[in-house]
Design a protein around this ligand. Structure first.
Ligand code: KIV
Ligand code: ZN
Length: 406
């Protein structure tokens, strides 16, 4: 194809990660775009502004604020977020159509750091059934639309939708065309959550080996969670050379969702020893962002969800409670404060032991002698056997009863 190589034009590398810090991983949050595409997750303008504000404060590198051509509401939300953001790059999504790209540009152009993200399906299934285009027609469309976006904005991200089900030699060709047309970030989406960690890494390595100039762009990974492997696939891509992870708060997203921001960010933080990469995020804002997104989207967070679930820092079994009371590291690999919680929770239930019961009484300001403590503990166990949750009020009532009957 006859394309002009633009990788060396001014601005082409402005999104490349710092050459002095090759292990820095950019976080691209798409809660407000891919997340909102979950059926039933529509958010109001104010909710979107609040979420964008906390992402910006948290240090998220790029916020994909919406899909401006999709509706007036989306356009307005992206434009407002673009005007408001202090630190983050603000990105608008566009299909491979000039009208979409112009609309995305109109929405993000007021941002301090705007980005246009354009995509087209590249897999045989998408070419045949969605686009009714052959390989060459898709290549020409990529050249046309990426160069159009690049004429408007120095920061252009391009995605081959369904990349993980695209023939590898053809995927390589598409990326070459996108780079020559001026793309500065190449994103590799696992659109249907089909890949596995080894393959996710191999795709990135194959691209790096076969696409000249790709090392001057940022390579992004965008995983869906249909097989529950989105986090593992994203991290595998990073180990192979990707330096931007696309993700959402609480893993919100179509079907089984996207890679969860809190999971990749905390995994990189906790396992720095084996994955020497880092993000610049203020992780103490994670819980607030999670609650905000759960409320705005109406998608509650499952109790045992990694990092942000109600039980992620809660302990009920006696052995675990005893361990945590002696040294939290016995059963915790992260500090609750690091994700914005004040403390872990010792949940009182039938598995709780004497150590936790004693600590709970102390918390409640109840001081019992040895015999009274033993009797109270027996009664607490009987109560816990008959009840799912034992609340502080139950324990206070149990002690009061014991005192009146004594
Ligand atoms: O999953 C996907 O392929 C997408 C693209 C629009 C990047 O969300
Ligand atoms: Zn997606």
């Amino acid at each position: 194809m006859n394309t002009t190589d633009r990788t060396d034009t001014p601005g082409a590398n402005q999104t490349a990660v710092d050459a002095n810090d090759p292990n820095h991983v950019l976080i691209f949050d798409t809660t407000l775009r891919d997340g909102e595409q979950s059926p039933g997750a529509t958010m109001t303008l104010q909710e979107k502004l609040d979420i964008a504000a906390i992402l910006d404060q948290m240090g998220v590198d790029i916020i994909e604020a919406g899909f401006p051509i999709a509706s007036e509401g989306d356009f307005e939300a992206v434009s407002e977020i673009a005007r408001m953001a202090e630190r983050s790059v603000i990105c608008g999504l566009a299909r491979a159509a000039k009208g979409d790209i112009d609309r995305a540009w109109d929405a993000v152009r007021h941002a301090k750091k705007p980005r246009i993200h354009t995509f087209i399906g590249t897999s045989p299934l998408h070419r045949q059934h969605q686009l009714a285009m052959d390989r060459d027609q898709v290549l020409r469309k990529i050249e046309d639309t990426v160069s159009h976006a690049r004429a408007l904005c120095d920061n252009v991200q391009w995605s081959p939708m369904d990349a993980t089900r695209t023939e590898r030699d053809y995927l390589i060709e598409t990326v070459k065309v996108a780079i020559a047309a001026g793309a500065t970030t190449i994103n590799i989406p696992d659109t249907v959550g089909y890949t596995a960690p080894r393959e996710s890494a191999q795709i990135i390595r194959d691209l790096l080996e076969n696409v000249p100039g790709l090392d001057k762009c940022v390579i992004a990974t965008h995983c869906h969670n249909d097989l529950g492997m989105a986090t593992a696939n994203s991290l595998a891509a990073v180990e192979a050379g990707a330096r931007q992870i696309e993700c959402t708060i609480n893993g919100l997203g179509e079907r089984a969702g996207n890679t969860a921001l809190e999971e990749v960010v905390m995994a990189l933080r906790v396992r720095r020893d084996i994955m020497p990469y880092h993000t610049g995020l203020d992780t103490t804002k994670i819980m607030s962002a999670s609650r905000m997104v759960a409320t705005a989207s109406g998608f509650p967070v499952q109790f045992n969800k990694a990092i942000v679930g109600k039980n992620a820092f809660a302990h009920e079994s006696g052995i675990h409670q005893d361990g945590v009371l002696k040294n939290a590291e016995t059963f915790e690999i992260m500090k609750p404060e690091d994700v914005g919680l004040s403390a872990s929770a010792l949940v009182m239930g039938k598995h709780s032991g004497r150590a936790a019961f004693r600590a709970k009484l102390k918390d409640l300001g109840i001081d019992l002698g040895d015999n009274a403590f033993q009797e109270a503990f027996v009664r607490f166990k009987a109560l816990a056997d008959s009840k799912k949750d034992v609340y502080d009020e139950d324990i206070v009532a149990l002690i009061d009863d014991e005192r009146t009957s004594a």
